[in-house]
Each structure stands twice: as structure tokens, then as C-alpha cells.
Ligand binder design. Structure first.
Ligand code: GDP
Ligand code: MG
Length: 163
């Protein structure tokens, strides 16, 4: 059996970095400047003995403030439809933003199966942001560092029941 995981969240939280780590090759563009990757990108992920399809969502990077919310809604709804489970990512170094709250609301309303990930969680600079993530109403966040590969065991533990 196989399943699909969609990584959603606002630009620059680290979605493509995690996608690349899971897929093991540089299929998604990662850039310091928000604005590089586009829409939805699919790859075959490996995590321990799990094999699944992963979707990296982008395409919001060039949205203006006016167009952002509508595009977030459409993109997130599409990702929820395509995926068995969504990994909703926030940047724990920044903490929860108003844009994160909009994503959380969409995901709660869609009753999507959500794994909440507080990314960039290496080191103590992320502690406050991880605590803020509890307030999103999407359950307990997992501490993740896509760049350093930390928290992948917790992600594995969250994914096993989905199979
Ligand atoms: P996306 O826009 O959500 O796809 O984010 P990217 O994957 O392109 O990453 C945006 C920036 O965050 C890049 O500069 C990454 O190197 C950085 N980044 C990604 N993951 C981590 C992480 O776990 N820790 C830290 N400190 N930086 C990260
Ligand atoms: Mg990206």
C-alpha cells in the first residue's frame, strides 16, 4: 500500500528542503529568496522502511498580499484533495504568523489529516516558536529540522499509522 504526503505552509518555512531530504535528490528548487519553486511538485520519498509519494507545494512565493489568501486556499485545497495526509510546516524560529493562522484554519475546516511540523527547530532559538504552534489547534507539533535531518524519527512515528 502506498500513500501521498503533501507538504504545505507559507513560503520560506523549509518545505522544499524537507522534500529534497525525503526524495534524496534535488527535484525541488531551494532558494534563500522566496520565489523560485512553482505550484506542486511530486517525488518518491523514502523514510526508514516507508515508501510514499510526497508533494512539495509552492507557487505562493510571487503572490501579492491581495492575491495571497485566495491562492493559498486553492493550493491547500488541491493538496488536501491529492494527499492522504498533509504536513503543515511553520518556521519555529519566526513563530506563528497571521499567514500560518490562515493555513491552519483552512486545514481545520477541511478536516484534513494533518501532521504539524515546527521546522528549523535545531537549537534553542526555536523553543518559543514550537510552543506557539500548540495554539494552532492542530495537535502537538513535531520538532523538525529539515536542513539538519533532526526529528525525522518523529515524522516516521507520525506516518506509520497512515499506512
Ligand atoms: P520553502 O519556501 O518553504 O520551500 O523553503 P525552502 O526549503 O526553500 O527553505 C527556505 C530557507 O530556509 C532556505 O534558506 C533553507 O536553507 C532554510 N531552511 C530550510 N530548512 C531549515 C532548517 O531546518 N533549519 C534552518 N535553520 N534553516 C532551514
Ligand atoms: Mg519551496
Amino acid at each position: 500500500m502506498s500513500f501521498t504526503l503533501a507538504i504545505v505552509g507559507r513560503p520560506n518555512v523549509g518545505k522544499s528542503t524537507l522534500f529534497n531530504r525525503l526524495v534524496g535528490k534535488k527535484l525541488a528548487l531551494v532558494d534563500d529568496q522566496p520565489g523560485v519553486t512553482r505550484d506542486l511538485r511530486e517525488g518518491e520519498a523514502r523514510l526508514g522502511d516507508l515508501r510514499f509519494t510526497v508533494i512539495d507545494s509552492a507557487g505562493l512565493e510571487d503572490a501579492t498580499d491581495n492575491s495571497l489568501e485566495g491562492r493559498m486556499r486553492r493550493l491547500t485545497e488541491r493538496a488536501v484533495e491529492m494527499a492522504d495526509v498533509c504536513l503543515f510546516m511553520i518556521d519555529a524560529r519566526v513563530g506563528v504568523t497571521a499567514t500560518d493562522e490562515v493555513f491552519a484554519e483552512i486545514l481545520r475546516k477541511k478536516s484534513a489529516h494533518v501532521i504539524l511540523a515546527a521546522n528549523k527547530s535545531e537549537g534553542s532559538a526555536a523553543d518559543a516558536g514550537v510552543l506557539e504552534a500548540y495554539g494552532l489547534g492542530l495537535g502537538e507539533p513535531i520538532r523538525l529540522s529539515g536542513e539538519h535531518g533532526e526529528g525525522m524519527n518523529d515524522l516516521y512515528t507520525e506516518l506509520v499509522p497512515v499506512f
